[in-house]
Design a protein around this ligand. Structure first.
Ligand SMILES: Cc1cc2nc3c(=O)[nH]c(=O)nc-3n(C[C@H](O)[C@H](O)[C@H](O)COP(=O)(O)OP(=O)(O)OC[C@H]3O[C@@H](n4cnc5c(N)ncnc54)[C@H](O)[C@@H]3O)c2cc1C
Length: 464
């Protein structure tokens, strides 16, 4: 039976206002509504109170109160999750980190920065640009560092630079009993102790609340090259992915879009991209002649796989625009179909199984008579499939749920994961047992050790 959590009492709301400041605590309807839903299709659920901590001590005060009274406490950054990850389904407190958003120290010679976790990664990168540096994970939405840590977010450049987990060196974490831990170090490698930094990353706020992070940065590449290739069929585009990686061409991005997604982008963004299955690639190198050699090689590989066109060398503005519209694919689909909902499938397989995965997903979409849009971080084996449906049509809702289940189960059976980057949240709870088997029991033991009262973002990550 699912566990009950008491509602936060008016006296405790007053105590929070007293401890943290009246203007940083709200029980107003609009604030509760704003913190009741993320960007997913999952049902909203209001918290009892929203708190905007200003300091780590504020977080400690909230967690200690929650621990004493048994309230649920859910950390929140930008609320752009796609699996219900920050929805406070057991009520209680939401801690919104948007006002803890300072850059604390940039150590440019070490390629490191210390931040408070409410800073958005785009804003961080705007500042880092002046130092010739950047933080690579780029989920596209207006995500903040705390939420990226929560979900182990990744993005178009993960194929070259890794996910958030690969770009974090240290964390300040408030534990479920209100202790403040400093995890990790400034060294870029270490063999010391259990790796609690990486345990926290991707734990969706269920093991601890992160207040500060030390991030590992990269130098901005001196030269970029964007390549756009079109194919007669999506299968050919997918088959080209593994060879592009295998031949050591080191793309900094390798993205797939089906013709239907390109058409949605053209319609919404007034673009004139060829409406064919497409790979977007980006290369980073030290000079133009190195990029020229890379281009010649990749052109050969793409043509071997039947590419109809392989275009290169667009200008900087066009490149930025292209990535913007790619990042905005989901939003374009939503804007073109007002009133419809989108269930976004996120699954990840070894790249050798990518084409097969996409073929199986296409067959399933057709069999169910669903409307599906395919795109994804192909270089990571990560497929996104946007399933459009009318939320008032129960049969359509069931059909997209069946497509989601079939595609995700196939991904797991192919040696992959039920989620490449969006996290478990609520939507992937039915799949974690199939993916992790007996290891799930050990995950439950870790949860029980770090959060014995079960107050941290309850109802997520581990099925009840
Ligand atoms: C249009 C669109 C495109 C997207 N594309 C991508 C993509 O390419 N790649 C990708 O990875 N994601 C993508 N996402 C999903 C989403 O943007 C990412 O998962 C992002 O990391 C969420 O960040 P956030 O700041 O919105 O976090 P939130 O949604 O606020 O929170 C995310 C999780 O982290 C937890 N959390 C928040 N703050 C803390 C904290 N201080 N301590 C501990 N836990 C915390 C929350 O409880 C929640 O479980 C996309 C979303 C949209 C809407």
């Amino acid at each position: 039976m699912s566990r009950q959590y008491p509602p936060v009492t008016p006296e405790d709301v007053d105590a929070l206002k007293h401890a943290i400041g009246e203007s940083h605590v709200s029980t107003g309807s609009s604030n509760l509504d704003l913190h009741s839903k993320d960007e997913s299709y999952h049902e909203p659920h209001r918290p009892d109170v929203v708190v905007w901590p200003q300091t780590t001590e504020d977080v400690v005060a909230c967690v200690k109160l929650a621990a004493e009274k048994g309230y649920a406490v859910t950390p929140w950054c930008a609320g752009t999750s796609l699996e219900g990850n920050p929805i406070p389904i057991k009520g209680g407190l939401v801690l919104d980190f948007t006002e803890m958003n300072r850059i604390l120290e940039i150590r440019e010679k070490d390629l490191q920065v210390d931040v408070e976790v409410g800073i958005q990664y785009r804003e961080l990168n705007n500042q880092l640009r002046h130092y010739g540096l950047f933080f690579p994970p780029d989920p596209g939405a207006w995500a903040a560092i705390g939420g990226m840590i929560g979900n182990n977010a990744s993005g178009v450049r993960t194929v070259a630079y890794g996910a958030t987990r690969d770009c974090v060196l240290g964390l300040e974490v408030v534990t479920a009993d209100g202790d403040v831990l400093h995890l990790g170090s400034r060294a870029i490698k270490s063999s010391s102790g259990y790796d609690l930094v990486r345990l926290m990353i991707g734990s969706e706020g269920t093991l601890g609340i992160v207040t500060r992070a030390t991030l590992r940065l990269r130098g901005l590449p001196p030269e970029y090259l964007t390549v756009v290739a079109t194919f007669p069929a999506i299968h050919d585009a997918c088959e080209a992915v593994s060879d592009t990686i295998r031949y050591g061409l080191n793309p900094a991005a390798l993205e797939l879009m089906d013709a239907a997604v390109v058409a949605e982008i053209n319609r919404d963004q007034k673009m004139t991209l060829a409406e064919r299955p497409m790979l977007f690639l980006e290369f980073h190198n030290v000079n133009e002649s190195a990029l020229e050699s890379q281009f010649e090689m990749v052109q050969g590989v793409l043509q071997e796989h039947g590419a109809l066109t392989v275009e290169r060398g667009i200008g900087a503005d066009e490149r930025v625009r292209l990535w913007e519209v790619r990042h905005g694919a989901l939003e374009s689909i939503k804007r073109n179909h007002p009133g419809a909902s989108v269930l976004l499938v996120d699954t990840c397989v070894p790249i050798s199984r990518y084409a097969e995965m996409v073929d199986r997903a296409k067959e399933t979409v057709e069999r169910e008579g669903a409307v599906g849009f395919f795109w994804g971080h192909a270089g990571d084996g990560n497929l996104h499939l946007g399933l459009l449906y009318d939320p008032a049509d129960a049969a359509a809702k069931d059909a997209v749920a069946r497509v989601n289940r079939t595609v995700v189960e196939h991904g797991i059976a192919a040696g992959g994961s039920c989620t490449g980057e969006h996290g478990v949240g609520i939507g992937k709870l039915p799949f974690v047992e199939a993916e992790h088997g007996k290891a799930l029991d050990y995950m439950r033991r870790i949860k029980a050790a770090l959060d014995p009262k079960g107050i941290l973002n309850p109802g997520k990550m581990l099925p009840e």
